[in-house]
Design a protein around this ligand. Structure first.
Ligand code: GLA
Length: 390
């Protein structure tokens, strides 16, 4: 027995057992946690996520035909997708593989060869840490290796293609954040992303710890509530006569807010103020002012709870408990909301004690054992030549 139980090592071992040889490549794509900039991406706005040190790995090799054959260690089954004629596999992880096959073809990215291999990961599913984007990008990375050893990989282009797979194949109307950070994350940095141009600015995260606080609740009915928020934002943008709420500044909004009904006004106010907070938080962290960034995260949570109405009791509780701990600079729900995770920015020397204190207090109050961990900002999707690197 080897002691290396990482998903990467498990995938490599399982590949060798199944195929009788080591893999040719190992592809990897991370999940993400968003520091600030929530429900702004589909308004052409700004987001500020980090790629986390949890990911999906594929140990594989190229095939001579155009089939993708993947064995999932986590789900305990296999799936096969024909790159030339992908078919739907609704409510199965293979739906994302098929979606990528379809979207790559539609986006004009050649996939001359398929792959076969074993997949394993440690991004919790449904927790709001983008396990589906990680799967999509890992598949894209594996196919890029089979095509030209990854030489023509363009993170932003592939992120758009993966978003298209979600929107038009899987049927979730999500924005670009999750795919973009999984494709383009930078180790040790958070990435300010302009979701209109896809320009990025990497901000070093060396001095503060990022703590993920998983409430253990999972979101229900999220797709319909998400799509409803999106429609409300689009209605507000139409009212202002602009392409997206990104184009409305705070002064204009305040002058004309009375023209909107109460719900639309609050939805728009969240997005417009959140864009400003996100830019300010990135500037503050870049200038070494983590205290200001933390306060902006607190304000973001209040806005998501009261104006955008995507929080829930357990998220509010875990955020409150985190904020009461020494060394906590700010905390907020992260991701789409309705369940899943919060994130806290913490002075590094306090991170471990905050994590254990939040876990026990939250469990006492809510009755669910949460999963709380300090995470390391990681590199975006990658692929390595296993035969050379081992
Ligand atoms: C989900 C979506 C993202 C983004 C967030 C909310 O994670 O996939 O595109 O809209 O919700 O910020």
């Amino acid at each position: 027995m080897t002691s290396d139980d990482t998903p990467r090592a498990r995938a490599v071992r399982a590949f060798a057992e199944r195929f009788g040889a080591p893999p040719d490549f190992v592809a990897r794509a991370p999940g993400r946690v968003n520091l600030i900039g929530e429900h702004t991406d589909y308004n052409d706005g700004f987001v500020f996520p980090v790629a986390i040190d949890r990911a999906v790995w594929i140990a594989g090799r190229a095939r001579d035909d155009r089939r993708v054959v993947l064995h999932s260690l986590d789900f305990g089954d296999a799936a096969e997708v024909d790159l030339a004629a992908p078919e739907h596999r609704r409510k199965h992880w293979a739906e994302y593989v098929a979606g990528m096959a379809w979207a790559l073809a539609e986006g004009g990215v050649p996939t001359p060869r398929g792959v076969e291999g074993v997949m394993a990961g440690n991004v919790p599913v449904g927790a709001g840490l983008s396990s589906s984007a990680a799967l999509e990008l890992a598949v894209a990375r594996a196919l890029s290796w089979a095509s030209d050893r990854g030489a023509s990989w363009e993170p932003a282009r592939v992120a758009r293609i993966a978003q298209r797979a979600e929107n038009a194949w899987v049927g979730v109307n999500s924005g670009i954040m999750d795919q973009m950070i999984s494709a383009a994350g930078r180790a040790g940095h958070a990435l300010l992303i302009d979701c209109r141009s896809l320009e990025t600015r990497a901000v070093p995260m060396g001095r503060e710890a990022v703590v993920v606080l998983d409430t253990g609740t999972r979101r229900g009915l999220v797709d319909s509530a998400y799509n409803e928020r999106r429609a409300q934002c689009e209605a507000a943008a139409r009212h202002f006569g602009v392409r997206a709420l990104r184009d409305v500044d705070l002064a204009t909004f305040e002058r004309r807010a009375g023209e909107l009904d109460d719900v639309t006004r609050r939805r728009a106010r969240h997005v417009i103020t959140e864009n400003a907070r996100t830019l300010a938080a990135a500037d503050a962290l870049a200038a070494g002012d983590a205290a200001t960034a933390g306060l902006l995260m607190d304000e973001s949570h209040a806005s998501l709870r009261d104006d955008f109405e995507v929080s829930r009791r357990e998220l509010d509780v875990i955020v409150e408990i985190a904020r009461a701990q020494e060394g906590c600079l700010g905390a907020r729900m992260t991701g789409a909301g309705f369940g899943g995770c919060a994130v806290a920015l913490v002075a590094p020397e306090s991170a471990e004690s905050l994590a254990s204190e939040v876990a026990s207090r939250y469990e006492r109050e809510v009755g669910i054992r949460p999963s709380v961990y300090v995470c390391t900002p990681s590199e975006g999707a990658s692929v390595e030549n296993y035969q050379e690197n081992g």
